[in-house]
Ligand binder design. Structure first.
Ligand code: APR
Length: 308
């Protein structure tokens, strides 16, 4: 029997996630949304594309959670996206209600699932999903670090004219303007990033990475980024379904790592069949640690505002 991935929220990110996953042929996919007919229509359209790309997976759309029963992975992209001028934190109240309800509905039918959360504000929504689900923390993960690091990798590739495959960047911390792009651990085919370009170009890339989500929001005028975020989810889902033990930055529950406790926060995580198998601790400079602490403070304040 195929593995099963449910995606709740069949909007831009949810449906694009389904698309990336279908191309990987690693699971049957269920798309759920509150908009009537929309998840069914997108699922059928995608199913009709499978003969063309030669992938044997079943893609189902529904407005009813019954279709999600027995999922191996539940992805939550349901929520309101950012509008121009809106910070991710402005979304807190609206998306708290949505994500809380989605977890309540899905956990009953898939008690052994691993959750991947995308809805913003990301670190807070992942914490909320963990609390509401009652699952061990290793089974609830937020997608942010793959995206933030991919943005940085893309900008470095554009700057240097080198294959994206040679570029390794690590962005840790909260998924917001306080995220921490680690220039000392990032490298281009083993050469430390800061040795590949003048400092001011590197500074510009760090800044563009931090504001990467906002750059897309202002270009699109409505809605927020979806190709790169959904590619991040698909990579994480594949790592879990195939037990790859792949190390990627992700929002994970901190239990002493980097001196942080009791919050979801972006750190390098080894992903496998049990979700987060291990959190990797880098040796950081004092400056980097101070930046992480600052980012953690803002995430902790938002988590506290949930009042859970
Ligand atoms: N249950 C199921 N689906 C819901 C619910 C709900 N309670 N509330 C909203 N949705 C659906 C919407 O109908 C919509 O189809 O969630 C979908 C969200 O899709 P988009 O509006 O296209 O947003 P998207 O760009 O995919 O972003 C989703 O990711 O980046 C974050 O902050 C962003 O929270 C947003 C999320």
């Amino acid at each position: 029997m195929n593995k099963k991935v449910t995606i709740v929220g069949a909007g831009m990110t949810g449906s694009t996630t389904a698309h990336w996953l279908a191309e990987r042929e690693i699971a049957d996919i269920v798309l759920v949304d509150i908009v009537e007919g929309m998840p069914q229509g997108k699922a059928l359209d995608m199913q009709e594309a499978m003969p063309v790309i030669g992938k044997d997976v079943t893609i189902t759309g529904s407005n009813d959670y019954a279709a999600t029963a027995g999922s191996d992975i539940i992805v939550i992209t349901a929520g309101l996206p950012r509008k121009p001028g809106m910070s991710r934190d402005d979304l807190l109240a609206a998306n708290t209600a949505i994500v809380g309800k989605v977890v309540e509905e899905t956990i009953k039918l898939s008690p052994d699932a691993i959750y991947i959360i995308l809805t913003n504000p990301l670190d807070v929504m992942t914490y909320l999903a963990w609390k509401k689900s009652g699952l061990p923390a290793n089974r609830v993960i937020g997608q942010a670090g793959v995206l933030d690091s991919a943005r940085m990798r893309a900008f470095v590739a554009m700057e240097l004219g080198v294959s994206v495959e040679n570029i390794h960047c690590y962005v840790l911390g909260g998924h917001g303007d306080s995220m921490v792009p680690l220039t000392q651990h990032s490298n281009v085919a083993g050469v430390p990033l800061h040795k590949t370009m003048p400092q001011e170009r590197l500074d510009a890339i760090v800044e563009r990475t931090r504001k990467g989500g906002g750059e897309i929001v202002s270009l699109l005028k409505q809605g927020s980024a979806f190709y790169a975020p959904s590619a991040g989810i698909a990579q994480m889902a594949e790592a879990i379904l195939k037990d790859k033990q792949l190390i990627v930055p992700a929002a994970v529950y901190m239990q002493g790592e980097y001196g942080l406790n009791g919050i979801y926060f972006g750190a390098p995580a080894q992903l496998g069949a049990n979700g987060v198998e291990k959190i990797i601790e880098y040796e950081l400079s004092e400056d980097e640690l101070a930046e992480l602490q600052k980012s953690a403070k803002s995430v902790a304040e938002n988590i506290a505002a949930l009042g859970l």
